[in-house]
Structures are given as structure tokens and as C-alpha cells.
Design a protein around this ligand. Sequence first.
Ligand SMILES: Cc1cc2nc3c(=O)[nH]c(=O)nc-3n(C[C@H](O)[C@H](O)[C@H](O)COP(=O)(O)O)c2cc1C
Length: 203
Amino acid sequence: MTQIIVISGSHRPDSQSLKVSKVFKSSLMERGSVNNASILDLADQTLPLWGMDETQGQISKVDIAELKKNIAAASGFVIVCPEWHGMVPAALKNFFLHFSGGELAHKPALLTAVSSGIGGAYPISELRASSYKNSRICYLPEHLIVRNVESVLNDNSAIDNDDLNSLMERLEFCVDLLIEYVNAFKRIRDSKVVSTKRFKNGM
Ligand SMILES: Cc1cc2nc3c(=O)[nH]c(=O)nc-3n(C[C@H](O)[C@H](O)[C@H](O)COP(=O)(O)O)c2cc1C
């Protein structure tokens, strides 16, 4: 059973990240080997700040236990992250605080950054540097940056636009690659090596 979750890392409603996430979902659903592809939109599924609860005014409509179960059942991820002031949005960092207890461990993830201009490199670099240690998520060496995001992947985007064709070609390549990693990583997770409780956290 191959389930892939696309995480839309923007906490703005109707974000460009959500738009890009929907393109990934459609592309994943076209692959016969993917049983289910879903989107976790951090704007809609607002997680409380980790460590805070209702007594501290953090009211959340998200069933965190249920979400934990869904994430644990997935075998791969696409993480779509906008560049905000050269950074990863707080909601996505908070996501990693909530789910670094093994739910993401030894599972491949494709990083995708979104920028309204020609940015997008900083969040890729930030995620590669700092989100994997205890979550043990495994980023593919390949990643995607969707630049000038507002002018691409819209319903009315010109189909014969060279830039769009090249972006879509790279997106499909990244999805194919992710699926190969997903298939291969199942064997790693089935091994006894990863189930050790000895080293709870990475160094
Ligand atoms: C608070 C904020 C800061 C931003 N900073 C950057 C930036 O540093 N570099 C960049 O390329 N784009 C920046 N942008 C533009 C975003 O990349 C663009 O608005 C993108 O669509 C945001 O994605 P979202 O709609 O998924 O939130 C910023 C946008 C916001 C809202």
C-alpha cells in the first residue's frame, strides 16, 4: 500500500504552495503504483504551537493523534515550502516539532520551494540543514524550485509555454524518482537496524 502525503507548508489560506501541492497530487494519482495521494494543508490543518495547549490559548481543530496515525501510515512525502523572508514558514518548522517521533523516519521526501520571484533556494537549504536530525526524514538529492509561481501552473497557463513545459517535465521526473525511492526505502524500514531504540535522536 503506497500512500504519499503532499505537505503544503504555507499557513496562508489559498496559498501558492497549495496550488503547487494540487499539481503534485494529480501527478502522483496518475501513477499506478500510488494507492493514495493526499494533501496536508498547514493553512487548513492549523497545528497548535508545539508544547502549548488549550490552557495557553492554543485551540486547534486538528486531531493530532489521527494526523500522527496518517503520517505514520504514509511511505513518502512531498514538502512544498514557500520562501518567506528567506526562511521556512513557522508552521512547517512547527510540523517537524510535532512529528519527530518516528512518523517520518527513514521515509523519502521530495523538497519543493515556491517563490513569487527568483528566490526559493533558502528554504531548500534550511530544510536540508535542520529538519531531518530527529525526524529522520530522508530528502532526495533532487529538489524542485517553482519560481515566478504566480504566473505558472494556473488553469489558464499557456500550454505551449517553454518554461512551463520544462517545469512540468522536471516535476514529473521528480515524482518518478520519489516513487523509486519510496519503493526502495520500504526494505530499509523493514530491516532490524532502523527499529533500534538505542539512539532515540540523531547527533
Ligand atoms: C512574509 C513574506 C515574505 C516573503 N519573502 C520572500 C523572500 O524572501 N523571497 C522570495 O523569493 N519570495 C518571498 N515572498 C514571496 C513568496 O515567495 C510568494 O508570495 C509565495 O507565493 C508565497 O507562497 P504562499 O502563497 O504559498 O504562501 C514572501 C512572501 C511573504 C508573504
